[in-house]
Write a protein that binds this ligand. Structure first.
Ligand SMILES: [Zn+2]
Length: 453
């Protein structure tokens, strides 16, 4: 590893801080709400193009937010994705490869840093992969996990009830307390769009279809997945209608939380982030569900960021990772980093950043990594030793593999994996899985502007 080497992202972060030029005597301490919807496909929200009326509440948030079109989760399943978001460390640095792996005690979570800096911290989560047992309660004053209901359950109403309980308790403490009552950080995790897909009475999209196939509301996912190869277009449409009903149900209950914030004059001043830990595949590449691949339907997630008093919606084509959220928040709050972070602090306005952003999965015997940069995405299936290159500007659905025709781009992009492992440090929980670099790849990195001290 070269000495004096720094990830360009780190330099960018330092530059953003230096250029911001608006250091306050009193750093901003807005209330912060972080909403993660499990298994929420980007293209199934209205603000990202779903023609069904599924997301009135989220769309209204989007109208006041930066809407990122090129946001990527670091993994296509819950534990490593949310782990990266809350620590700004990559899954391999966290040592999260499979279902039993939990966040290490030594990791510093966003909630811990915020609590140390005067925040009252609360969470309501609904998946055991984010539970106390998986060590995600680090830094939370209030941590509710009673709405973990499993694949067959319905939980969004319960998560929102717990959110409102937290907010009302906070408001009561403020009314009864001193002027310097602490701000809150509230982390909400909703699970309903995750399989099994259930039709909700208020949103009967599936019932509106004429359908007499084998799919039923609430069907066990094991049973559904066994039918994958035989599913017709009509089956897929029906599945998507069920999924949309889950999205709309979740949105309705997120709307109750946003409504409380608006009604109590907490919305405008708050910093609100909404995203997903990963998407969901509905035969986009021949499969159902998530975890085993890093295609866009799983890793290109929705991301809305509403800064305090933001009143205009912006659309950003910047390349951003969920791993960047923690350094971005801490930079905005002028809180020093608690230790090494692998993400990049982003400016409060879109800045046209082009990446690279990395994703990975090693769950269920998979071994895939991907990098997106400047319109291209390279997927490396390490198990099959196969590389696939896509031009996301013309082919966001990743249909046409350009690897054979664009060997130059493949070499450049592949060299970034070396940069990723070398530049991210050794990590605290993971074992560095060093990527060999060839002379050709080293030259490619230099041509991209990296490896210069
Ligand atoms: Zn998930």
């Amino acid at each position: 590893m070269p000495t004096g080497f720094r990830l360009p992202g780190c330099l960018l972060a330092a530059t953003v801080l230096a250029l911001s030029g608006c250091r306050h005597a009193d750093p901003p301490r807005p209330n912060i709400v972080l909403i993660v919807i499990d298994t929420q496909r980007k293209d199934h929200l209205g603000c990202y193009g779903n023609p069904r009326p599924v997301s009135r509440a989220i769309d209204s948030l989007a109208a006041d937010s930066i809407r990122y079109d090129n946001a990527f989760s670091q993994a296509p399943w819950t534990t490593p994705s949310v782990g990266s978001l809350l620590t700004s460390r990559y899954p391999w640095e966290l040592g999260i490869r499979g279902e039993p792996d939990r966040i290490g005690d030594e990791q510093v979570l966003l909630a811990e840093v915020l609590r140390q800096n005067g925040y009252h911290t609360g969470a309501a989560i609904s998946h055991f992969f984010l539970s106390r047992k998986w060590n995600f309660d680090q830094g939370f004053d209030y941590f509710d996990e009673r709405w973990i209901q499993g694949h067959a359950g319905v939980c969004s109403h319960g998560v929102s009830n717990q959110a409102l309980h937290f907010l009302r308790s906070w408001a009561a403490a403020r009314e009864g307390g001193s002027d310097d009552h602490e701000p809150f950080f509230l982390f909400l995790h909703y699970f309903d769009p995750h399989y099994n897909y259930i039709s909700h009475e208020r949103f009967p999209f599936a019932e509106e279809l004429t359908y007499d196939g084998p799919i039923t509301s609430g069907m066990r996912h094991e049973e559904l997945f066994e039918m994958t190869a035989e599913l017709s277009d009509a089956d897929r449409d029906y599945l998507l209608a069920l999924y949309d009903s889950e999205v709309a149900y979740t949105d309705f209950h997120i709307g109750r939380v946003l409504g409380y914030l608006r009604h109590n004059r907490l919305y405008d001043d708050s910093l609100i982030i909404l995203t997903a830990d990963h998407g969901e595949e509905f035969l986009d590449h021949g499969q159902l569900g998530h975890s085993k691949t890093v295609f866009n339907e799983l890793t290109n997630v929705p991301l809305l960021m509403k800064y305090p008093n933001q009143v205009e919606g912006l659309v950003a084509r910047d390349y951003i990772g969920l791993i960047d959220l923690m350094p971005t928040l801490l930079s905005y709050l002028q809180i020093p980093a608690p230790g090494p972070m692998s993400g990049v602090a982003r400016s409060v306005r879109p800045d046209g950043a082009k990446g690279p952003v990395f994703s990975e999965t090693s769950r269920l015997d998979a071994d895939q990594v991907s990098v997106v940069r400047d319109g291209y995405k390279l997927i490396w299936d390490r198990k099959a030793d196969r590389l696939a290159l896509f031009d996301l500007r013309t082919d966001p659905g990743e249909r046409e593999d350009l690897a054979a025709d664009r060997a130059d781009v493949v070499t450049q992009m592949k060299s970034l994996f070396w940069l990723w492992k070398a530049g991210s440090g050794t990590g605290d929980g993971g074992t560095p899985d060093a990527v060999e670099i060839t002379e050709e790849e080293r030259r490619a990195l230099e041509s991209l502007g990296y490896l210069r001290d």
